[in-house]
Design a protein around this ligand. Structure first.
Ligand code: UFG
Length: 327
């Protein structure tokens, strides 16, 4: 049985749906503080909080778990700077309880949802996994701490882990049945599409004075279904090689904020209004991944991460979500 913590969240729910489609047995663990019940309806769900050791131990006690995908976390950069304790306790202490339960129940394999935020301001583009890790946010720091903790348990115990450092996840399930829905929403593509659908008046672009081709920051957008494919391959690889590793997951191509906006206008055939405003503190100018390691070791390659395809899938979902909201 596969345990997915944070299975009600954006990326977790997409993995759960895919695993079920592949005929796997899955149990979702989520406190539904940020995750959504509608994203995992009709599935095996345990409502609980990783910060309560007893909650997670119960799952290992009641189900015969042999693999863990760990998504449960707070994931807002800005919020992490205002409330660092929430992030360290929620993300780091929560993961420690999970690892402790894994050790107690002899569960060895964990795929961990990490982030490009561990790098901070990169020295070189594209970013390879061995570049210095200098997080510029508590969120990024909490993800790095968890990677380091996992590394120690991999050395000292039988735990094997794969940490996947996502760049900018976007898009929705291929059939549009589930997608990205954060509250509050801070991510560019959903905000652009909420504007296209009429939920927002305009998009505020955080600065156009960066050293990039049009002055707006460059990001590496990766389709959520490509991420899911990498998770499944990472688990298979880890189990067959009995090794631990860290991988970047991005598309390897960068797009500016204005390019995203232009592509969204084209895909949606809507005129999306925007206004340039001041920079958002902590935003690096350029984040683009080198994914050579994942390609070589996992045999993974992004197949759906053309920007138009990402936005088209996200658009299909947003139209449905904003119009019906009866999930
Ligand atoms: N942006 C705007 N206006 C908005 C929202 C975003 O101009 O309303 C810009 C941001 O300044 C940034 C780009 O759009 O340049 C992308 O912003 P997102 O918030 O969508 O994504 P980030 O690149 O900030 O965040 C991603 C991941 C985080 C991770 C971070 C590391 O989503 O989990 O990279 O820097 F921590």
């Amino acid at each position: 049985m596969i345990l997915v913590t944070g299975g009600g969240g954006y990326i977790g729910s997409h993995l759960v749906k895919k695993l079920k489609e592949d005929g796997k047995e899955v149990v979702v663990f989520d406190n539904f503080e940020r995750g959504h019940k509608w994203a995992v309806k009709d599935l095996d769900v345990v409502e609980g909080d990783l910060r309560n050791k007893e909650d997670i131990k119960k799952v290992f006690n009641n189900y015969n778990i042999d693999e863990v995908y760990h998504f449960a976390a707070y994931s807002l950069v800005g919020e992490s700077m205002e409330n660092p304790m929430k992030y360290f306790k929620g993300n780091v202490c929560g993961t420690l309880n999970l690892i402790e339960a894994m050790i107690e129940y002899n569960v060895r394999y964990i795929v961990f949802s990490s982030s490009a935020a561990v790098y901070g301001n990169p020295e070189k583009i594209p970013i390879t996994e061995d570049q210095p890790k200098n997080p510029t946010s508590v969120y990024g720091q909490s993800k790095l701490m968890i990677e380091e903790i996992l590394e120690w348990f991999s050395r000292l115990n039988k735990i094997r882990y794969v940490a996947l450092r996502y760049f900018n996840a976007a898009g929705a399930y291929y059939d549009g049945s589930i997608g990205e829905a954060h509250d509050p929403e801070t991510h560019l593509i959903p905000i652009v599409l909420q504007t296209a659908v009429g939920k927002r008046e305009k998009v505020f672009i955080y600065g156009n004075d960066y050293p990039t081709k049009d002055g707006t920051p460059v990001r590496d957008y990766i389709h959520v279904m490509d991420l899911i494919d990498a998770h499944i391959k990472a688990m298979e690889w880890m189990k067959s090689e009995d090794e631990s590793e860290v991988f970047n997951l991005g598309n390897g191509k960068g797009f500016t904020v204005l390019e995203v906006l232009e592509t969204a206008k084209k895909v949606t055939s809507k005129d999306i209004d925007f206004e340039i405003t001041s920079r958002r503190p902590g935003d690096p100018a350029v984040l683009v991944a080198s994914c050579e390691r994942a390609k070589k070791v996992l045999g993974w390659t992004p197949k759906s991460s053309d920007l138009e395809k990402i936005i088209l899938d996200a658009w299909r979902w947003h139209k449905k979500f904003e119009q019906h909201k009866n999930f």
